[in-house]
Design a protein around this ligand. Sequence first.
Ligand code: NAP
Length: 266
Amino acid sequence: MSKIRVAVAGPRGRMGSEAVKMILQDDELQLVCGIDYKHEGEDIGEVLGLQPAGAPIDINFGQALAIHKPDVVVDFTTPDIVKENMVIAIRHGVRPVVGTTGLSPDDIKELDELCRNHNTGAIIAPNFAIGAVLMMKFAQEAAKYMPHVEIIEQHHDRKLDAPSGTAVKTAEMIREARQELKQGHPDEKEVLDGARGAYYGGFRIHSVRLPGLVAHQEVIFGAVGQTLTIRHDSINRESFMPGVNLAVKEVMKRTALIYGLEKIMV
Ligand code: NAP
């Protein structure tokens, strides 16, 4: 069986470097290049302080795909370039597996259409940790019975977007499960702007940013005389890699855009 050829965009980053290591450890995958804006021509392994990986860094996204012909490009870059990266990849017939957050629902719709037009699969997962996906599913289930809910997400202070992609995805899943419901006191007033968090479909999302955190989320449900808290913690970035590995293999079988790891977990 031939190996799946994989490129990593953002290979020096906290997530990208873990993805590089995961790919190098899997005999079914072949790392063909990294895509960065510096270290042109250098070996990815050496740039990361590992053994030489036999895969160079290219600084031009489209050129890297044309030269190294990956089957899949794993993207852990930044919210401002991820959409353009995906468009270029899909037009080259290269399947994107995207962990970079910050894509809007309109972006996702547009990218899905592009995938279908090019008969190419893509997977976007706001959270590749299996436990986080379970947290979202359990929260969706709980919302049917306990519709009063708030989300508190906590991340390291290098994160660019707020709320997190996981919080937005959780909120979407909760909204599918319950009727829109305006929570809190009808005459509630914020004494300090933002005190009640971001409003989404009748409930609130709160974002905490602190050094020392990785990625954590609590979904708190309240009902008369009781609360239910569903919490997930990623304590390191290896926690995301089984999900990235699954997505790289699964995307090869797809011809449309999949949004959310839960859609490929069996
Ligand atoms: P990070 O450490 O800042 O990594 C981003 C990398 O992309 C950096 O090495 C950065 O280089 C590089 N970069 C910037 N511009 C680039 C360009 N034009 N081309 C190629 N590379 C470029 O961030 P991270 O913590 O790994 O997170 C990356 C993304 O993944 C974020 O959107 C984050 O929210 C998301 N994330 C997703 C999951 C998930 O499970 N889906 C989990 C954690 C994080 P410089 O540092 O030199 O600028």
